[in-house]
Design a protein around this ligand. Structure first.
Ligand code: C2E
Ligand code: MG
Ligand code: MG
Ligand code: MG
Length: 291
């Protein structure tokens, strides 16, 4: 019966509340062994610079290959890990794995920065600072190559120890980015309070910028805000050539999205970066197809 339920649960569309619960229960049950069984892996999505015309950075994105349910999205299992106290070991693994893989790319003389998504819970646990320090020490990656992506949900409410730990990581030389900027609650006050180096503008901002002047004005304002605060703005979720063109007109210098590059397995990463960089040598900033 458990197996049949599992099969039903792969069908996400039109699933009943019941099958969603069965799926969640199963994922929560299997998650504790996912790490030790080697079912987690990282893929890396390029971040490109429109002025530099090359891949400047990578964002590490975790995947869980469940033996029965197939690939599970972090949007689905990271919250489960947060609820079950598994998030700190999971994030430690992500940090160790991502910095080790970056060290390999840096050893090839590649000039890249690495973004790692940080869980609120890890920051609140107090162990993020030593865990980051350990990953940097073990891999030999300089702190300035590591960007820690935090979401604004962290900072709702009173300043607390998390603020201090974020400042410590910044003082160590790590780059701090505010992820999904503009989604949810207003973040302007946090920008004054926290050591933010990079804003990742949520992809919802891009909906409609090709033909709607109000949407375009909003994006322009975020880019201008970044300029005034000396914060780099990355546009997330660039999917169409029209969005790309409009973002360049609006002065957005850093882009991430399926149009520029998909999340990519480590084995293909060097080829994807090289193809992208080579494709930019002549002509406009254009996406490159990689076989
Ligand atoms: P995020 O940090 O905002 O990462 C960007 C997400 O948008 C990724 O989804 C990426 O695949 C997706 N994306 C990139 N370009 C496009 C595009 O052009 N169109 C669309 N529709 N989507 C695009 P993914 O990999 O499923 O990750 C979802 C979220 O899960 C991430 O959002 C991040 O918040 C979280 N996450 C991923 N890896 C980790 C991790 O190692 N630790 C923690 N705590 N959270 C993680
Ligand atoms: Mg992110
Ligand atoms: Mg994001
Ligand atoms: Mg996002």
């Amino acid at each position: 019966a458990a197996k049949a339920a599992g099969k039903n649960c792969v069908r996400r569309h039109g699933e009943t509340a019941d099958s969603a619960t069965v799926r969640r229960t199963r994922l929560a049950r299997d998650l504790p062994d996912a790490l030790s069984r080697g079912q987690l892996r990282l893929v890396y999505q390029p971040v490109v610079g429109t002025v530099e015309r090359r891949v400047l950075g990578l964002e590490a994105l975790v995947r869980w290959d469940h033996p029965v349910l197939g690939e599970v999205s972090p949007d689905e299992f990271v919250p489960l890990a947060e609820d079950d106290g598994l998030i700190v070991p999971l994030q430690r693994w992500v940090l160790e794995q991502a910095t080790a893989e970056l060290a390999g790319l840096l050893a090839e003389d590649r000039d890249l920065q690495l973004g790692v998504n940080i869980s609120v819970r890890h920051l609140q646990s107090g162990s993020l600072v030593p865990d980051v320090a350990a990953a940097l020490a073990r891999s030999g990656v300089p702190a300035g190559r590591l960007m820690l992506e935090v979401t604004e949900s962290l900072f709702i409410g009173e300043p607390d120890r998390a603020d201090g730990d974020l400042q410590t990581l910044h003082d160590m030389g790590c780059v701090i980015s505010l992820d999904d900027f503009g989604r949810g609650y207003s973040t302007f006050a946090y920008l004054a309070r926290l050591p933010v180096d990079v804003l990742k503008m949520d992809r919802e901002f891009l909906a409609g910028i090709e033909d709607d002047e109000r949407s375009a004005a909003l994006v322009h304002s975020v880019i201008e805000l970044g300029r005034r605060l000396s914060i780099d703005v990355v546009a997330e979720g660039v999917e169409t050539p029209g969005q790309l063109a409009r973002l360049q007109e609006l002065g957005c210098r850093y882009l991430q999205g399926f149009l520029l590059g998909r999340p990519t397995a480590p084995a293909q990463l060097a080829a994807v970066i090289d193809a992208f960089d080579a494709g930019l040598l002549d002509g406009p900033l254009a996406p490159v197809e990689v076989a």
